[in-house]
Design a protein around this ligand. Structure first.
Ligand code: FAD
Length: 471
């Protein structure tokens, strides 16, 4: 028996313990050393390896209950992995529950709701809702998991400015808390837990099922326009002047990208330094074209991919990379994007900057992102008008220079940076201690979260995350 640095006691697992676990679950129980274990621990970010003491491939709610009860009985902290797009801890010495076998999706056309099990990704939901002319509040990458995305807020590059965060439209969750109980969590049944888990993410238990609203949207006008990177200052200036003129049905962002010189990237973008303007518009194509005309005219165009699209093509707006790769990332929210901020952005990332980051993107939020939902939740980024995300691609042996470059760019924006942040974009390098997490949520929200944590997870069983320590 030993105590790790956060004080949680961990116990070495004996063969008979593992045998007991195997008897109690229907899914596979995997230990280090096997190929199945390595496959089950695979992550999207290849710098974030998972090394738990044992993995349970959950197939159902009873499997999750049994795994959590076993972990608590044996002093193992619990991690959960769905689509692995935000692994922030190796989960060393812990029990990892993987949810990819839990794939049920139920669409209720009358009530305009969808229920999914914990392993479902947005790409699995989209065709099911599209056949009924409905759409969920999905993010830029349909490959991410529904549950992780939604518990972290869920910021959509198409529906967010008019409908708010995905978390704002959750009706119900089933979740297994640290006592091993399966709870049906609604605003009526468990008001504090409902508030906390929507924004507080994996800190309160393992969500096995989530029910959320969907909306009658079947198409959009959008995609990306690429400009040569040398024109960054003028594109940013045009965007800044244009943003206050558009409504909540228009969402946009700009990525400053150094694209890789690989065959998958088509000419003339291959290996190029580009500005990637992203547009997601819910009105007609004709209105959209008129609205974005000043942006199209702001610089010579390398490639224009903005057009009428079915909702299922939402991934085309950002064209996020799909294949796993090694990377480091950081995120800040900005209080404003003034002329001076834009100038700093150009100085830090533009043609003369020497910037080596693969992508530095700024998303405009606002609109419904700022409004409190009908049932309040713990999403902390409300009222922050912009989020900036920096991405440095490279293997762990390049960690030092890549992190330094990320720090140069992100810290350079410090005069405009808020302390609160977007939970979904936090990397393993951010909010690494209690004070950092407190800043992400703001003191008052954090204190309430810590009080709910104390009630539902006093021993901090769920701590392989941006950890809210029990009050
Ligand atoms: C390319 C890319 C694009 C993205 N675009 C957007 C975007 O547009 N908008 C946005 O809001 N976010 C975006 N994200 C962030 C994404 O929503 C989060 O990283 C999300 O957590 C991913 O969920 P996952 O299942 O893929 O990850 P996982 O690594 O499997 O899970 C991440 C965390 O979510 C929690 N979690 C997952 N499943 C459960 C569960 N069943 N019960 C309890 N907790 C659980 C846990 O804390 C877990 O550690 C993007 C991420 C990437 C990599």
């Amino acid at each position: 028996m030993s105590a790790d640095k956060s004080g949680v006691t961990t116990v070495g697992l004996r063969p008979e313990d593992v045998a007991e676990l195997r008897r109690s679950v229907a899914g596979p129980v995997l230990e280090p050393g096997s190929e199945e274990y390595a496959a089950e621990c695979a992550t999207y970010n290849l710098t974030c390896g998972l090394r738990p003491a044992v993995v349970v491939g959950a197939t159902s709610e009873p499997d999750v209950c049994a795994a959590v009860r076993f972990a608590v009985r044996h002093g193992l902290p619990v991690a959960v992995k769905s689509a692995a797009h935000q692994v922030v801890s190796a989960a060393q010495g812990g029990l990892l529950i993987t949810t990819r076998r839990m794939q049920r999706i139920v669409v209720d056309e009358q009530r305009r709701t969808v229920r999914t099990e914990a392993g479902v990704r947005w790409r699995d939901v989209l065709p099911r809702t599209a056949e009924l002319g409905l759409a969920p509040i999905v993010g830029s990458a349909p490959d991410v998991g529904v549950v992780g995305y939604t518990l972290g807020g869920g910021q959509s590059p198409l529906l967010g400015r008019s409908l708010g965060y995905a978390a704002d439209h959750v009706r119900r969750l089933n979740m297994v808390t640290a006592d091993g109980e399966l709870r049906r969590v609604t605003p009526q049944s468990e008001p504090d837990l409902f508030w906390a888990v929507l924004g507080g993410k994996g800190n309160f238990g393992v969500v096995t099922e989530i029910e959320f609203e969907v909306f009658p949207v079947s198409r959009f006008y959008g995609g990306g326009i690429y400009f040569p990177g040398e024109h960054l200052a003028q594109v940013l200036e045009a965007w800044r002047a244009w943003l206050p003129t558009v409504g909540e049905d228009m969402t946009s962002s700009i990525g400053v990208q150094r694209l890789p010189d690989v065959p998958e990237v088509p000419e003339p973008l291959r290996g190029a330094f580009v500005i990637h303007l992203r547009i997601g518009y819910l009105g007609s194509a004709a209105e959209g074209a008129e609205l974005i005309a000043p942006l199209r005219a702001s610089a010579p165009v390398l490639a224009d991919l903005v057009e009428e699209k079915p909702f299922t093509a939402i991934g085309d707006i950002h064209l996020d990379p799909v294949d796993p790769k090694p990377y480091f990332d950081r995120t800040v929210c900005l209080e404003e994007f003034s002329e001076k901020t834009a100038q700093a952005f150009v100085d830090l990332t533009g043609p003369e900057s020497g910037c080596t980051l693969a992508n530095v993107e700024i998303r405009a939020l606002g609109g419904a992102f700022d409004r409190e939902p009908a049932v309040p939740n713990a999403v902390p980024s409300r009222g922050l008008p912009y989020v900036v995300f920096g991405l440095a691609v490279g293997a762990p042996d390049q960690a030092q220079p890549l992190r330094a470059e990320l720090a140069r760019v992100m810290d350079g924006l410090a005069p405009w940076t808020a302390q609160r942040n977007l939970v979904n974009f936090l990397s393993p390098d951010e909010a690494t201690d209690a004070e950092g997490v407190r800043q992400v949520y703001g003191a008052e929200r954090f204190d309430r979260l810590a009080a709910v944590k104390k009630r539902y997870d006093p021993a901090n069983v769920f701590r392989f995350n941006h950890n809210i320590t029990p009050a």
